[in-house]
Ligand binder design. Structure first.
Ligand SMILES: C[S@@+](CC[C@H](N)C(=O)[O-])C[C@H]1O[C@@H](n2cnc3c(N)ncnc32)[C@H](O)[C@@H]1O
Length: 241
């Protein structure tokens, strides 16, 4: 079987929640934006990680069902513990390139999951955790089979990828280093305490120009709905046609 997996967050999973909730992502704003832009009631998170977004969303009474999948077992284990009090959720250990879930969804979303957009001085580009173009095509094809016609795909927009270092808590410092590659960039993540490396992880990302991303998504039935002034600017919205 082909293996396109590159999103292995095993090393980071023990520290993921601490890093992300120290200001890396604003989970309240992210979940509000999803609730505002979603269509229908069956929600699917692509690359749900430890379930931080799903937890916020499931607290909303209007949500009847929220499902997530992720290929990293240690991340999903944390999500399972986090969400065990909710009845209206399901989690699956799956890779999007071979996605096979029981049913279809009205809205699928990814914030920092498999695919997302990054804003820099040149505009928007799409970042993928799948470094191989064929793998991206397989993933989008599988995803399209799981989103109802007329449903939505929401892909998060983040800031540019840059080198930085930030204190987390206690004496811990998170840092990331970006190295450009021919297909995009490699990101090295580190968590250090008094110069001792507690965690390090490397992910190779593929970058698609905005135009290439829109035509790739359109090929698999995801049509871009342009961002209006009154829309939130946290997600780009695509309609499944
Ligand atoms: C930066 S984390 C984002 C997690 C979550 N969306 C959040 O906001 O905290 C990216 C996640 O995408 C998952 N991922 C990457 N490639 C994937 C693939 N091909 N299929 C499923 N999940 C994938 C990783 O395992 C990781 O948990």
């Amino acid at each position: 079987m082909d293996d396109y997996t590159n999103g292995n967050y095993t090393n980071m999973s023990d520290y993921y929640d601490m890093i992300m909730t120290s200001g890396y992502y604003d989970y309240n704003t992210i979940s509000d934006a999803i609730l505002q832009s979603m269509k229908g009631h069956r929600l699917l998170e692509i690359g749900c990680g430890t379930g931080l977004i799903l937890e916020k969303i499931l607290k909303e009474e209007s949500i009847s069902q929220a499902t997530g999948f992720d290929l990293t077992e240690s991340m999903l284990d944390i999500a399972e513990r986090r969400l065990k009090g909710f009845e209206n959720t399901a989690l699956y250990l799956q890779d999007v390139t071979t996605l096979d879930l029981p049913g279809q969804y009205d809205t699928a979303f990814s914030y920092g999951g498999v695919w997302y957009f990054s804003r820099n001085d040149d505009g928007l580009s799409m970042i993928s955790h799948i470094s191989d173009d064929e793998g991206n095509r397989k993933g989008l094809s599988k995803l399209a089979q799981h989103v109802v016609v007329g449903g939505h795909l929401l892909l998060g927009i983040q800031g540019p990828h840059v080198d930085y270092e930030s204190p987390i808590k206690g004496d811990m410092v998170y840092s990331q280093k970006i190295i450009p590659t021919t297909i995009g960039f490699t990101k090295n993540y580190f968590l250090k305490k008094n110069d001792e490396v507690l965690m390090s992880q490397t992910i190779n990302y593929r970058v698609y120009s905005f135009e290439d991303a829109l035509s790739l998504l359109a090929e698999f039935g995801f049509e871009y709905k342009s961002v209006k002034e009154d829309d939130n600017h946290i997600f780009l919205k695509f309609k499944r046609v």
